[in-house]
Design a protein around this ligand. Structure first.
Ligand SMILES: Cc1cc2nc3c(=O)[nH]c(=O)nc-3n(C[C@H](O)[C@H](O)[C@H](O)COP(=O)(O)OP(=O)(O)OC[C@H]3O[C@@H](n4cnc5c(N)ncnc54)[C@H](O)[C@@H]3O)c2cc1C
Length: 261
């Protein structure tokens, strides 16, 4: 058994093409908006959200749309108003990709209940063989000697059975067809515990991130997924503070000021 810790790596974030934006905005008389923007590395997600919002009303400058006589020029205030008004659809343009590493099938099974605004590519245990069983024990469990002794013995036995089956099915023998390996590896995973640590690339847009952070750090949520979403929330608050700065954190629960955006 390999003792592991769930980890989160942010591996992708939105990137704006400011030249293309400038070309479009010149067409519609909105260059002034672009000139006022901060364009640091971490600003693209927030800038994209503001762009998506402003395109709806042609709100680059007052008067471009005769119905708009006043525009919000302050980026923070503009985005706060998006959250307050629950205009969350503009947040769907910005996707972030996270590798969730060493998370259990318990956590991934709960994660896939969140459907809109996500993309998932999960390690396939039909293909990837379990020679050792990576497993996370929370601190409280690690402090319980008898529990750890029995749990590690049980997992050791499962590992031993995995290795026995691999030999029994001749998975490492030369010439065994890949289809047959896949067939047997898929059978073998049935004897792995739900807590086996695995990994996936999970991408989500900002609207979905706000919803899942709230739901999955809730005090009633499962402890591993709370841990993972606590990490995701910390990352997102640093990445897009104007869109994740309204949360208060109480005992690990991230409670947004603006709900159901
Ligand atoms: C603490 C906790 C305990 C849970 N316990 C259980 C349990 O005991 N048993 C169980 O089965 N599940 C349980 N769940 C899972 C839960 O029921 C939801 O399936 C999961 O949280 C997905 O959230 P969601 O329904 O908001 O959907 P998401 O897929 O995250 O969708 C986000 C939002 O989009 C909208 N939406 C999405 N799909 C539709 C649709 N088809 N039609 C209309 N609107 C839609 C809704 O407004 C929804 O809130 C639990 C979840 C949590 C956080």
């Amino acid at each position: 058994m390999k003792s592991v810790q769930p980890e989160v790596f942010l591996v992708s974030r939105p990137q704006l093409d400011y030249q293309a934006l400038a070309a479009y905005l010149t067409e519609v008389g909105g260059e002034g908006w672009l000139e006022r923007l901060d364009r640091g590395d971490l600003d693209d997600a927030q800038n994209l959200a503001e762009f998506a919002g402003k395109i709806c009303y042609r709100a680059w400058e007052p008067g471009l749309n005769p119905n708009v006589v006043r525009v919000r020029n302050d980026h923070q205030t503009y985005l706060e108003n998006i959250l307050r008004q629950a205009h969350g659809s503009v947040l769907e343009h910005a996707m972030f990709g996270f590798v969730l590493h060493n998370v259990s099938r318990v956590a991934t099974h709960e994660l896939v209940r969140h459907r809109p605004g996500v993309a998932i590519s999960q390690e396939s245990l039909r293909f990837v063989r379990l020679s050792d069983i990576p497993f996370w024990f929370p601190d409280w469990a690690q402090g319980d000697d008898e529990l750890m002794k029995r749990a590690t013995a049980l997992i050791g036995q499962m590992e031993e059975f995995q290795n026995w089956m691999a030999g029994h099915f001749g998975l490492d023998e030369q010439g065994l067809k890949f289809e047959e390996k896949k067939h047997k590896t898929s059978f073998m995973r049935r004897f792995a515990p739900d807590g086996v640590a695995t990994g996936l690339l999970w991408s989500a847009n900002i609207r979905t991130l706000r919803h899942t952070i709230e739901a999955r750090t809730d005090k009633g949520a499962e402890e591993e997924i709370r841990l993972v979403f606590g990490k995701i929330a910390e990352i997102m608050r640093a990445e897009a503070p104007a869109l994740f700065g309204d949360y208060t954190v109480e005992d690990g629960a991230w409670i947004p000021r603006w709900r159901k955006v």
